[in-house]
Design a protein around this ligand. Structure first.
Ligand code: SF4
Ligand code: SF4
Length: 459
């Protein structure tokens, strides 16, 4: 769709039109002594300990470069990914997974190179001279640098490059790197809600013109391998959601399988197909119509602001890190941080979503009937059949424990009869309810043990 005043070009194309082509880069012999140790690359340091090499690789790709960029970002996505375990970043960079190419990571925080040494592989990628395919990853939203350029500034940048006839140095914006590198990338991956949907920087007001990677590159964007933008949302996202998706895409690029299933918004369908609510540890409270009145209560959090029933997110089944934690497990309500409508469509936070009134009202009504029935059955199931027969519970943990009333017993017998009605092995009558020699013998010996029976036991 083209809005009034917009050209049919994508924001990325409009930016490149303004900037023009680049043909100046750092002189490799003048890279300087940045890096640890100086003039060394992290790839060279990791290679000797990596598991995969030309001799052990299974597919055509022995390695792939991954360029990580931060736009309008809090770095939370980077932090989340370092906690991933299945697979871990360490496993990916060491090529520890059979069939996966070794990942040569270029991350502005995690890498040891700095300055021009760090930027050198980026330059080679722009020139098409890199020694292996590359993918790009963006955390944080894309800001509209054409706004900042009007005053000679920039919103977010990474590295400096020579520019213009005098070779003057200028900061290269994240947008520019993305616009130039996305064309030749094997895959372009947006991580976190800012990169996938604009997120908090694109909330109402939005002075930087913040937008998502998909908005920036446009609907027709395809990577060099024919893949549209891959989106892994979350604020912060689950690290394993990212590394698992990267691994699945790498298997595809390696030729080991089809492209994994993505939904119509580019989310991994197997990770974002369910709502938070469907796997929530508090879901049964919702169903029984009992709700938390304040944070710290154990019940369902919908009345204090949980949007879980209408939000696509798998944190309730996967946990935050290594299957531990996650919003509701830790007592937090869902504020919809994975969703394209976040944050504007979920504010004010921690207020009851108006749409929940109908369902909680019905659940309350149903719960007022269901809860007492469940308590009644639960009391019955908390007794051995033997205790039913002897009308006594020999527990040392309660000095006085009331036994069920005659009316209760009658109801439980009726319930047992219903339960056993489909049991073809049932015996008519009898508390044990089974027709076999063992239970017959057991019944008669139990009867002998009952008060008034032949062998009365100590009570
Ligand atoms: S806390 Fe939220 S996700 Fe969990 S049961 Fe309640 S409404 Fe559903
Ligand atoms: S449960 Fe809600 S707030 Fe928590 S991570 Fe998922 S979408 Fe975000």
């Amino acid at each position: 769709m083209v809005y009034a005043g917009m050209s049919a070009k994508t924001p990325a194309e409009r930016l490149l039109d303004l900037l023009g082509p680049v043909n100046q880069f750092h002189d490799p012999v003048e890279l300087g002594d940045f890096g640890m140790p100086s003039r060394a690359f992290m790839e060279d340091m990791l290679e000797p300990v990596a598991s995969a090499g030309p001799g052990s690789r299974l597919g055509p790709l022995e390695k792939i470069h991954v360029f990580w960029f931060a736009g309008m970002s809090c770095d939370g996505c980077s932090v989340a990914v370092t906690g991933a375990t299945a697979p871990s970043v360490e496993g990916l960079v060491l090529g520890a997974h059979p069939g996966l190419p070794r990942v040569i990571l270029h991350h502005p925080v995690l890498n040891m190179e700095a300055g021009p040494s760090y930027m050198r592989p980026h330059e080679l990628a722009v020139q098409g001279k890199l020694d292996a395919p590359y993918a790009i990853v963006l955390e944080g939203s894309i800001s509209d640098e054409t706004i900042a350029m009007q005053t000679g500034g920039y919103w977010s940048g990474q590295g400096e490059e020579p520019w213009g006839p005098n070779g003057e140095m200028r900061t290269v914006s994240t947008d520019e790197w993305i616009a130039r590198l996305s064309q030749g990338a094997a895959a372009s991956i947006a991580i976190g809600t800012c990169a996938t949907w604009g997120g908090i920087p694109a909330a109402r007001g939005n002075p930087t013109g913040a937008m998502s990677l998909m908005d920036f590159l446009g609907q027709d964007y395809r990577s060099a391998f024919g893949v549209p933008v891959v989106n892994i949302p979350g604020c912060a996202p689950i690290g394993d959601n990212f590394t698992e998706t990267v691994a699945a895409v790498l298997y595809f690029l390696q030729g080991f399988g089809p492209l994994p299933e993505f939904d119509e918004l580019g989310r991994p369908a197997w990770l974002f197909g369910e709502t938070v609510h469907r796997h929530c540890v508090r879901g049964a409270y919702y169903e029984e119509g009992t709700y938390a009145a304040e944070f710290g209560d154990k019940e369902c959090l919908v009345e204090i602001g949980c949007w879980g029933p209408v939000v696509n997110c798998n944190i309730t089944s996967r946990g935050a890190i290594n299957h531990v934690g996650g919003c509701m497990n830790a007592g937090g309500a869902c504020i919809g941080c994975t969703m394209p409508g976040f944050p504007d469509k979920f504010t004010p936070f921690y207020k009851r979503p108006p749409g929940s009134m109908a369902s909680t009202g019905m659940a309350r009504m149903m719960g007022s009937v269901v809860r007492p029935l469940r308590r009644y059955s639960n009391a019955h199931l908390n007794r051995e059949v033997r205790w039913d027969l002897q009308n006594d519970t020999p527990t040392g943990w309660a000095r006085e424990r009331s036994e069920p009333s005659g009316l209760s017993n009658f109801g439980h017998r009726f319930y047992d009869r219903m339960r056993r009605s489909g049991d073809t092995g049932r015996r008519r009558g009898g508390e044990w309810g089974k027709r076999d020699e063992w239970s017959d013998e057991r019944d008669s010996s139990t009867e002998r043990m009952l008060p008034g029976g032949v062998g009365h036991h100590n009570q």
